[in-house]
Design a protein around this ligand. Structure first.
Ligand SMILES: Nc1ncnc2c1ncn2[C@@H]1O[C@H](COP(=O)(O)OP(=O)(O)OP(=O)(O)O)[C@@H](O)[C@H]1O
Length: 539
């Protein structure tokens, strides 16, 4: 029994859509048509997450993506930003400035749903390091610092500037503050295209409003025409009014795409008016949320004998045949005709600056994170003491050669594989890297070099301290040569295992560095045979 409501003519004004900005717009126009995203659904074939969506976002405007949890908001953002995982299949047409082009690294910014920031840094450090990495070398250090501080103030974080971010081990700033730090890091460069996945989650209503209004005001500053697309849950009416367009989804289908100002009328003209004391966005999402099918609810279709599924069907059908949908279609066709140049890559700090900043940042992180290296150093010291007592005064007889070989095996296997203890910290590091890489903050090589250089002082300590302990306890008395070999073996082994961890975490170059250093030093040692030489062999 499909409803009477289909007869409703969706005759609301579309004047809000015609607010065409006639000035020369240099920003990013993004359009999508017939956009489908499917994922494998085990034996049942493929499951459609987005079903034939169309829409657009243009410079100087904010687009809100709304809908019940699991309706496909993040998937739509990922598809538009070209970040869908390899398991998802996408069809349809996404055009940027009328061209089929991938968003080059660094041309857009994406604030992801979860906040991945190095937990040992303070708010000020996290934003300032990002400013150094992302802003071009043409800006002086003081200008970058000024921009970082300004952005921190814009997001209301000035009181937390010296507080550490904090993670699972140590409490730091609150969840809402973390959200704002993530936003700070992404808006530092004033990107032309900004994706925000639930930017206000964890924020109180006042903070949500201020954050969204500051983001909206970015459009008006410095003559930049930003294109902003944000998925958002439960915005207050005040926040809702900051947006120009609304994309309302339900189970991957468009229930409504058009001006925020016309959404209320669309719902009421289809028989779902917003009660006078209710927040319109809450009302829209409530009508199309079928996760919790309720008993008699006068606002929902049930009171009229309609299931939520049927109510959604009515709205989807009604939208497809509405004037507003045709207007969207027209806007898309106009934007498709634009044939501007391919998007330019954002200029950021050069390679050398990136390496230096990443080395400094990584060193600070390793120094402050007790479990990364310090704990291991303690364990190495304790193990070196045990080994030293086991092989106490090994002597210089020919029998001692076997003991020396066992000692060597102990050192290489025992000590070096404790390196794995750093793996959880490493994984945290990697998460930050993986998230920032598509945004173009820095490249793999700069990250690898930074990570490697910053760990060298710690690895040296980790080789020298146990090396010295074992050397003196075991009583190897042939000058300093064995000490050097001994510590080199430790260093190379630890370095190699760290490299192995990196390869596990899919960073190949560091592993290669480990192999090159490792084979070099081991090769020299084997040729020389120093470690196995007894005092009597030494001239
Ligand atoms: N790779 C995937 N494999 C299987 N299912 C997926 C995959 N990615 C997304 N989904 C499913 O697609 C649906 C939409 O997911 P998405 O994360 O886009 O929803 P959302 O609207 O952002 O939800 P929320 O508001 O809760 O964050 C969900 O049901 C999710 O389980």
């Amino acid at each position: 029994m499909l409803p009477v409501l289909l007869e409703y003519e969706t005759t609301f004004e579309v004047e809000a859509m015609n607010e065409v900005d006639h000035q020369e717009e240099k920003g990013v126009f993004i359009t999508w048509e017939d956009l489908w995203v499917t994922v494998s659904d085990g034996k049942n074939g493929r499951k459609a997450i987005l079903q034939g969506l169309k829409g657009y976002a243009k410079p100087g405007q904010l687009l809100a993506i709304m809908g019940p949890s699991g309706c496909g908001k993040s998937t739509l953002l990922d598809a538009l930003a070209g970040r869908l995982g390899s398991k998802s299949k996408q069809t349809g047409m996404i055009l940027i400035n009328g061209r089929k082009q991938a968003l080059a690294y660094g041309t857009s910014a994406y604030v992801t749903e979860d906040d991945t920031i190095l937990t040992t840094l303070t708010v000020g450090e996290a934003v300032y390091y990002s400013a150094q990495l992302q802003l071009p070398d043409s800006m002086s250090k003081s200008e970058k610092k000024e921009r970082a501080e300004f952005t921190i103030r814009e997001m209301g974080l000035q009181d937390a500037i010296n507080t550490r971010i904090g993670g699972w081990g140590s409490k730091g700033i609150s969840g809402g503050q973390k959200r704002r730090v993530s936003i700070c890091i992404e808006i530092l460069t004033h990107p032309r295209l900004l994706f925000l996945d639930e930017p206000t989650s964890g924020l109180d209503s006042a903070a949500s409003y201020y954050v969204m209004s500051r983001i909206a005001s970015l459009n008006k500053k410095n003559g930049i025409q930003m294109t902003i697309i944000a998925s958002i849950h439960q915005p207050s009416n005040e926040i809702f009014q900051l947006f120009n367009n609304l994309c309302l989804l339900s189970s991957g289908k468009t229930v409504y795409f058009g001006p925020v100002s016309a959404a209320n009328k669309f719902f009421s003209s289809n028989g779902f008016p917003c009660p006078s004391l209710q927040n319109p966005p809450d009302h829209f999402v409530k009508i199309i949320n079928k996760d919790f099918e309720q008993e008699e609810d006068p606002e929902k279709g049930l009171a009229r004998g309609l299931t939520t599924e049927e109510a959604i069907h009515i709205l989807v059908e009604s939208y497809d045949s509405s004037k507003i949908s045709h207007q969207v279609h027209k806007e898309i066709s106009q934007m498709k005709k634009r044939d501007s140049d391919a998007m330019e890559k954002k200029s950021h700090a050069d390679f050398l600056t990136q390496c230096m900043v990443l080395t400094r940042r990584s060193f600070v992180n390793m120094y402050r994170e007790v479990g990364y290296h310090w704990l291991r150093l303690l364990i190495y010291g304790a193990l070196a003491l045990s080994l030293g007592t086991m092989f106490f005064h090994i002597g210089s007889s020919s029998e001692s050669i076997q003991a020396r070989a066992s000692l060597l095996v102990f050192v290489v296997t025992f000590l070096t594989f404790i390196t794995v203890g750093a793996f959880p910290y490493f994984v945290e590091d990697m998460k930050v890297f993986e998230r920032k890489r598509p945004n173009g903050h820095y490249g793999v090589t700069a990250y690898t070099i930074g990570n490697t250089l910053s760990s060298v002082p710690f690895l040296l300590l980790m080789s020298l301290i146990p090396g010295a302990v074992v050397y003196y306890l075991v009583g190897l008395h042939q000058g300093h040569q064995e000490f050097i070999y001994f510590t080199s073996i430790l260093f190379v082994s630890v370095f190699l295992v760290e490299g192995l961890m990196m390869i596990v975490a899919s960073i190949v170059p560091n592993f290669l560095l480990g192999i090159i250093f490792g084979t070099g030093i081991l090769g020299v040692m084997m040729l020389d045979g120093g470690f196995y030489r007894l005092p009597s062999d030494i001239p």
